[in-house]
Design a protein around this ligand. Structure first.
Ligand code: FAD
Length: 460
């Protein structure tokens, strides 16, 4: 099929305003150009990284790319204290950041490594352990979001991408034909885009304006985050997650003395946790980490018999479980909470438009997959756009964009459903369910191939 290149339409814009803005706000603004091949709305972790990846794709080297970010440009330097917002980045994300030169900036700053994970629950003794197949293999990397973002913006300076801050999308006129889409910003400036990419987070304006169906629900839960100092310096390379009846509590290693907390709980409990003194909060946290309500006798006995059987068969059993490190204190003013929800756009693309990251899908943080799914979208879209250009097609060609949608939904949907299912499975203390999930967890822990499958899926 031959697809002819299209010409761009010219859009009107208040030039004075744009020039003023470009002097004041933009990180890198090259001209008074208003028509771009690709406009990315949202310069968070996903949007900024997408801009950097596309800007470094040699097949797209003659394409003009603009990144619009609603917030102010921040001068950032690595603070002495760790930020409370961190992400667990999987191996595929590490590879992507490494390829585009971003990882070297993170590497020269600071990050935590996860070599082992232990997941257990309050209502039974069942445990699952994951570890790398080789002693030097990392399962994940714990990086402060601000550091990742700063590193991406630093690397963006080495690309041909134009970045405009304080540039909030206000209105969007979608083109039905070959002309560009027309984007109007809050300050009245107007830009044209052959391909528009919405990376504007879970409340995405782009998604709302293109009118795709979005399935969503709130978990009615908050994620309480904090930076924690451990009682003792140790080889802190294990990520710990304990499922409490109110929600999962996770400790992510930052270095040998500090870990980051993500504690999912009810809004009322979250409010109480935030109101406690640092010392009372630490005591409450240690209590929940180390104590469990008395479990049901049948669950306890069945789980013990099953464990003895696994042990007799030389399979990993709960005896391999370890205790998490004791927390000495919570870093001052490091506590905060965030609402948690699920969301999925039934379509990620339309002609000349694509949704990427949280704009397309939002998951519970219990599996540390949210932004990793977004980074997976980036790799896929980058490949598809490169192919489209190589074949002489338009950037916004729906045939190519559909490839992106299909490939990513094949990965994202099962992952999202599994995370949502896990959340529900652990959201009850009804004894038959507790028994089934305890035996299931012990069985998965004992079966290396199944465990390997889970590990590989989470890493991709
Ligand atoms: C407590 C918690 C812990 C988490 N832990 C992990 C983890 O360990 N691992 C993991 O993979 N994920 C984790 N996540 C999920 C992860 O934080 C999100 O998936 C990720 O931040 C989404 O990035 P994004 O760039 O798609 O969206 P966002 O981070 O929401 O960025 C959107 C950007 O778009 C901009 N914007 C919005 N509207 C406009 C507009 N109209 N015009 C211009 N710009 C606009 C915003 O200013 C923002 O910069 C966690 C989430 C929470 C809440």
């Amino acid at each position: 099929m031959i697809r002819l290149p299209t010409t761009m339409s010219c859009v009107a814009f208040p030039r004075k305003m744009l020039m003023k803005n470009s002097m004041k706000n933009c990180s890198r603004f090259i001209s008074s150009q208003t028509n771009y091949d690709i406009v990315i709305v949202g310069g968070g972790l996903v949007g900024a990284t997408l801009a950097c990846v596309l800007g470094k794709n040699s097949r797209l080297s003659d394409k003009s790319i603009l990144l619009l970010e609603g917030s102010k440009k921040r001068d950032w330097k690595l603070p002495e204290l760790y930020s409370n917002r961190v992400s667990s980045l999987n191996q595929a994300t590490y590879n992507l950041l490494n390829e585009i030169g971003v990882w070297r900036h993170i590497q020269s700053s600071r990050y935590g490594t996860v070599k082992r994970m232990q997941i257990w629950e309050a209502n039974s003794e069942a445990v699952i352990n994951f570890k790398g197949d080789y002693s030097d293999e990392n399962l994940a990397y714990i990086v402060e979001n601000d550091l990742t973002l700063h590193s991406v913006y630093k690397e963006l300076e080495n690309s041909n991408v134009s970045v405009l801050n304080e540039a909030s999308l206000q209105d969007l006129k979608l083109s039905k034909g070959t002309e560009s889409h027309q984007l109007t910003l809050k300050d009245g400036s107007v830009f044209g885009a052959k391909l528009l990419v919405g990376c504007d987070g879970y409340s995405s304006q782009v998604r709302q304006k293109i009118g795709v169906h979005y399935v969503s629900h709130s978990y009615g839960q908050m994620g309480v985050v904090a930076t924690l100092e451990l009682e003792e310096q140790c080889d802190n390379t294990t990520a710990w997650q304990k499922f409490l009846p109110t929600g999962p509590l996770a400790l992510l290693p930052l270095n040998d003395k500090f870990s980051s907390l993500v504690w999912t709980t009810t809004p009322q409990h979250a409010k109480k946790l935030l109101a406690l003194t640092d010392q009372d909060f630490t005591d409450e946290l240690n209590y929940h980490l180390y104590n469990s309500p008395k479990s049901n006798v049948i669950v306890e006995k069945s789980s013990r018999v099953f464990d003895q059987l696994l042990h007799a068969l030389n399979c990993p059993s709960t005896k391999d479980s370890q205790l998490p490190p004791k927390i000495a204190r919570c870093q001052e003013r490091s506590r905060a909470s965030f609402p948690l929800g699920f969301g999925h756009a039934t379509n990620y693309v339309q002609k000349g438009v694509a949704l990427v990251g949280d704009a397309a899908h939002r998951v519970h943080p219990l599996a540390g997959q949210g932004v990793n799914l977004g980074f997976g979208d980036i790799s896929c879209l980058n490949g598809v756009l490169g192919e489209a250009v190589y074949a002489g097609s338009e950037l916004g060609d729906l045939l190519y964009l559909k490839e992106y949608e299909t490939e990513r939904q094949r990965h994202n949907v099962p992952t999202m459903l599994a995370i949502d299912g896990l959340y529900r499975l652990y959201g009850t203390d009804f004894p038959p369910v507790v028994l089934l999930r305890s035996l299931g967890l012990q069985a998965v822990n004992a079966l290396s191939p199944l465990k390997g499958l889970l590990k590989n899926h989470a890493a991709s």
